[in-house]
Write a protein that binds this ligand. Structure first.
Ligand SMILES: [Zn+2]
Length: 314
């Protein structure tokens, strides 16, 4: 390996059944990317394989591993992870280091995405940001003066579990009417399906023809001018805007960055978020906050995890 290539870092995002890896230069430029599926019982083996495959594209200094769960960065332990086999993997960190000979940094996925946007994406010109990630669940993270603010318990920034509808559906967290029960990917699909079933005019929507569609398909249909999908995104945006208004009033933060696959629909989702936040927040706070879409796209979490690994090694 040429010596100058050892300033590369890897980031791996572990999702429910798939993982996404990126090899980045020290400036955050993506040099190579890999994806793979995994079986829960072979989680560690799959991470090791993906790392090996990224290593073939260039030598790696250290690896950031982003997971959908709560991580203690001091002890490198996974504290809580719903739907993943991580809680059974008490020694995931030491096993990965042993199997690869590389240093691993564990972090929550929303925190990783926020860090990536802060360093190399939509937040690079800001001092303080709040990040909202809309995916299978809704995560959030707060960065103040360059540092992740994780709070007394480590779970600060859980914007997906802000109540937006006291009469709303039950949430996985035990509360009812959380933002996540309306605006996460699976819940956008659920709401769209319910409406397609009860409203005959919506059968004109291209989604009515698709047996299994995702929130990403809905965003794409909206971008292609599908009225039903545009309406669903607008309603989703308004729900997110209610939570954004609370963040603005609480923090009066410089920049709020919204990421995740549905943000591919651009203004169709961003505009209702901004309008609703404007209606519901204190005007001076609202005017001092910029609400923008994330810039790093599908690589965002992996890039952020790699940059966290890089900065942890300083
Ligand atoms: Zn909740």
């Amino acid at each position: 390996m040429p010596e100058n290539s050892v300033n590369n870092f890897a980031g791996i995002e572990v999702a429910l059944s798939a993982m996404h890896g990126a090899l980045i230069s020290e400036n955050g430029e993506v040099l190579s990317r890999r994806e793979s599926l995994y079986e829960p019982e072979n989680l560690i083996g799959a991470i090791v394989e993906l790392t090996k495959s990224l290593r073939e594209a260039g030598e790696i200094k250290s690896v950031g591993l982003a997971i959908p769960g709560l991580v203690n960065r001091e002890t490198d332990r996974v504290l809580i992870s719903t739907g993943l086999p991580f809680t059974a993997q008490e020694h995931i960190h030491s096993e990965l280091m042993q199997a690869t000979g590389l240093r691993f940094e564990l972090e929550n996925d929303a925190n990783s995405a926020a860090y990536g946007e802060y360093k190399a994406g939509a937040g690079r010109d800001a001092r303080d940001i709040f990040y909202i990630g809309i995916g299978d669940s809704i995560g959030g993270a707060l960065i103040l003066d360059g540092k992740l603010w994780t709070g007394a318990s480590g779970c600060a920034g859980e914007v997906g579990h802000i109540t937006i509808d006291t009469e709303g559906s039950e949430c996985v967290c035990g509360n009812t009417g959380c933002l996540e029960t309306t605006a996460s990917g699976p819940n956008i699909v659920r709401r769209a399906r319910e409406r397609l079933n009860r409203d005959s005019t919506s059968s004109l929507s291209s989604l009515a023809m698709q047996e299994n569609f995702t929130a990403t398909d809905l965003a794409l249909a909206a971008t292609n001018g599908d009225d039903f999908s545009i309406m669903m995104l607008e309603r989703t945006g308004r729900s997110i805007g209610i939570a954004v208004a609370s963040i603005i009033n609480l923090l009066s933060i410089e920049k709020i960055i919204v990421g995740g696959p549905i943000m591919e629909a651009g203004e169709l989702i961003l505009k209702p978020i901004i309008e609703e936040a404007g209606k519901r927040s204190f005007q001076q706070c609202f005017e001092a906050t910029r609400i923008v879409a994330a810039e790093l796209g599908v690589d965002g979490v992996a890039i952020g995890a790699a940059l966290l690994a890089k900065d942890a090694g300083k």
